[in-house]
Design a protein around this ligand. Structure first.
Ligand code: SAJ
Length: 418
């Protein structure tokens, strides 16, 4: 079939390439001209798609990237995988709306539109369909089909492959579900049909809200355990030996990324708007997670005080600036807030992260250095925020005068854990 995947990011590009490999003729549409230039040159910027995979579907003609909306004409299936960020705590669905209107100019009777972008329950029915109908003059469920299928990309995951991750699918009616399930059955090993689109929209939010709330729980327990004289890390490891009814989460310097800090807020925003009450769990979890950088800085200033060093003027080295271990993404990374707070207290802050290019650190306003013995030894304190595999942990233990270890990876008289 003729397939359009609108949005060629970490969700859209893997889907477009897998659909091309499954035999579809795929147009990868994105408004970012630089991305289209890279894709046309066979350069993948997404962990889950190698440049050789991209090159193969480009060479076969099965996949063609474009920023020209005219090339969307004639699609049988269009999948929307555009960002849905929060703007001042409010879901920003403008990318979905503008993409839907662009697709609608080429929407033909019998075609199908699928939304994958994470959003609040009701978006497909309340926003996507009207945008498609108003611009095309066609009627959903009569002239064209539609549905929602949440993305479940775990960037860089070695355990779950793209096609090996079960895919929840839904349609606005039985015919839509049938066509949408058939499309994904050709790409994913398992599809999970549900009765309506808002169930699929809600399933995605449940997945990530569950994770967000439980991370905030262990973060709060970490802050309580220390004054109670309990090693929270050992206690969590012991709890994790329970083979049922428990999932292991670990404390950290905060919750970053473009999924977890965002997705649960869609739920709370929708509940507040529709029901007049927010989700208290989500609001509390957000408060706890949002303040973990403050807790890290408080622990650090206490440690410096105990060593007779004033945080004002102290040389602090932050290790691991991305939002999660072994990631390259800086979005919503807690390191930015930690650096901002320490700088505000007069500390001289530097950062080290082998996963990011020195040019990327400008977003953090933190000078980047390498985690060498000299840099470690020249610091008054070191904070291990993300325990990237590329860090030499023994070198850190040996050379840092003091380390606040937010990941429980180090040991020694100069090491304290979160
Ligand atoms: N974090 C903790 N403690 C934990 C787990 C995570 O502090 O026990 C922090 C991480 O350091 C990071 C943030 O939470 O700052 C998010 O980490 P994450 O492991 O959830 O990674 P993400 O944001 O890439 O989440 C994505 C999600 N996938 C999708 O939304 C499709 C999530 O549902 C996946 O479970 C996760 O990937 C994954 O498992 O890789």
């Amino acid at each position: 079939m003729d397939v359009v995947v609108a949005g060629q990011g970490y969700v859209g590009l893997p889907l477009a390439v897998r659909a091309a490999e499954a035999g579809h003729r795929v147009v990868g549409y994105d408004v970012d001209l630089h991305r289209i230039k890279q894709l046309t040159a066979g350069e993948s910027y997404v962990e889950d798609v190698t440049s050789s995979q991209l090159g193969a579907v480009l060479d076969s003609g099965a996949y063609s990237p474009t920023a020209d909306a005219a090339e969307l004409a004639g699609f049988d299936i269009a999948v929307i995988t555009v960002p849905t960020p929060l703007r001042d705590g409010v879901p920003d669905l403008t990318h979905i709306e503008s993409c839907a209107r662009t697709l609608a100019t080429h929407l033909r009777p019998g075609a199908t539109v699928i939304l994958e972008s994470t959003t609040y329950p009701g978006t497909t029915e309340e926003l996507l369909l009207p945008a498609l109908e108003q611009t095309s003059g066609l009627k959903a469920g009569v002239d064209f089909l539609a549905g929602f299928s949440p993305e479940r990309i775990a960037p860089g995951s070695t355990r779950w492959s793209f096609e090996g991750t079960p895919k929840v699918v839904s349609g606005i009616d039985a015919k839509s579900l049938d066509v949408i399930k058939g499309f994904y059955d050709g790409i994913f090993r398992t599809t999970v049909p549900v009765s309506e689109t808002r169930v699929a929209e809600m399933a995605k939010l449940i997945e990530n809200t569950y994770r967000f709330v439980n991370i905030s729980l262990v973060n709060e327990l970490a802050m309580l355990a220390r004054p109670l004289g309990v090693d929270i890390w050992e206690a969590i490891d012991a709890a994790a030996t329970k083979p049922f009814g428990f999932t292991r989460f670990t404390p950290g310097p905060g919750v970053g990324g473009h999924c977890l800090p965002v997705d649960p807020m869609f739920l709370s925003w929708k509940a507040q708007r529709e029901l007049g009450v927010p989700s208290r769990f989500v609001e509390l979890a957000a408060d706890v997670n949002r303040h973990m950088p403050d807790y890290v800085v408080r622990r650090l200033t206490d440690a410096l005080d105990n060593r007779g060093t004033n945080v004002n003027g102290a040389r602090i080295l932050l290790l691991g600036l991305t939002y999660k271990i072994n990631a390259t993404d800086l979005r919503e990374s807690p390191s930015a807030r930690v650096a901002e707070l320490l700088t505000g207290l007069g500390a001289e802050v530097r950062g080290a992260d082998p996963n990011i290019a020195h040019g990327d650190a400008t977003k953090l306003n933190v000078p980047l250095v390498d985690a060498t013995a000299a840099q470690l030894g020249a610091s008054d304190a070191v904070v291990l925020l993300m325990d990237h595999a590329r860090f030499d942990l023994a070198l850190i233990e040996k050379n840092a005068p003091y380390v606040l270890d937010c990941r429980n990876r180090l040991s020694g008289p100069n090491v304290e854990t979160l």
